[in-house]
Design a protein around this ligand. Structure first.
Ligand SMILES: Cc1cc2nc3c(=O)[nH]c(=O)nc-3n(C[C@H](O)[C@H](O)[C@H](O)COP(=O)(O)O)c2cc1C
Length: 179
C-alpha cells in the first residue's frame, strides 16, 4: 500500500466472502491497530470478541442476522468480530453529560475504523454492521444482558477483487475553509 488515501479508497464494504479462514496473526494485527486508537480521556471503551470457531460463527450469524435483520452472507466470513462498547471512564461520562454527547460511541467508531483499515491493508474484506439482533448475539456469546454491542464486523477474504466506485458527496460539499 503506497499511501493512506490509497488505503482509504481500497476499503469498501465486503458482502461476499470466499469462505477461507483468516489467520489469528492477521486478526491480532487488526486488534493492535484498534488498540492504538485515540479515545475521550483515553478511556478505551471497547472490547473485541473474535469468533473464528466455525460452529460458533454459524450459530452467531444465524442469531444475529435472523429476521428482520436477515443476512446470510456474513456466514462465509472467516471471523465475526463483535465489538462491545463499554461506557467509558468517569471523566468521559461527565463529558457526556455536560456536552450531551456519547463519547464512547465516537471512541468505538474510531477503534473499529482502525481495525477495518488495517484489515484492508492486509487484503481482508470487512463490513460495518449495525443492523443485527443484539439480544440474541449476547445470548450466544454469554455476554451480560447489560453489556452493549453496537457494531459487528465480519472479516474475510473478498470473493470480488475489483474495487467498486465510491458513491460519495463531492469534496466541495464536504468542507469549508474558515467560517
Ligand atoms: C455505523 C455503520 C453501520 C452499518 N451497518 C450496516 C449493516 O448493518 N449492514 C450492511 O450491509 N452495511 C452496513 N454498513 C455499511 C454501509 O452501508 C457502507 O459503509 C456505506 O454504504 C458506504 O459503502 P462502502 O463501505 O462500500 O464505502 C454500515 C456502516 C456503518 C458506518
Amino acid at each position: 500500500m503506497e499511501n493512506f488515501l490509497e488505503l482509504a479508497n481500497k476499503r469498501e464494504s465486503c458482502r461476499k466472502f470466499d469462505g477461507r479462514p483468516v489467520s489469528r496473526e492477521d486478526l491480532l494485527k487488526c486488534v493492535e491497530a484498534a488498540r492504538l486508537a485515540p479515545s475521550a480521556c483515553n478511556s478505551q471503551p471497547w472490547k473485541f470478541i473474535i469468533v473464528d470457531d466455525p460452529a460458533l460463527k454459524t450459530e452467531l450469524c444465524r442469531a444475529a442476522f435472523s429476521a428482520p435483520y436477515t443476512a446470510s452472507w456474513p456466514e462465509k466470513a472467516g471471523a465475526i468480530v463483535v465489538v462491545i462498547s463499554e461506557s467509558g471512564s468517569f471523566a468521559s461520562k461527565i463529558g457526556n453529560l455536560v456536552r450531551d454527547t456519547r463519547y464512547y460511541l465516537i471512541d468505538v467508531g474510531i477503534a473499529v475504523e482502525h481495525f477495518i483499515l488495517q484489515a484492508a491493508e492486509l487484503g481482508l474484506g470487512t463490513c460495518w454492521m449495525g443492523w443485527f439482533n443484539e439480544k440474541r448475539v449476547k445470548k450466544v456469546l454469554g455476554l451480560p444482558s447489560a453489556s452493549r454491542v453496537d457494531i459487528i464486523v465480519p472479516v474475510g477474504y473478498p470473493e470480488n477483487k475489483e474495487p467498486r466506485r465510491k458513491i460519495r458527496k463531492g469534496i466541495e460539499e464536504t468542507y469549508k475553509f474558515n467560517k
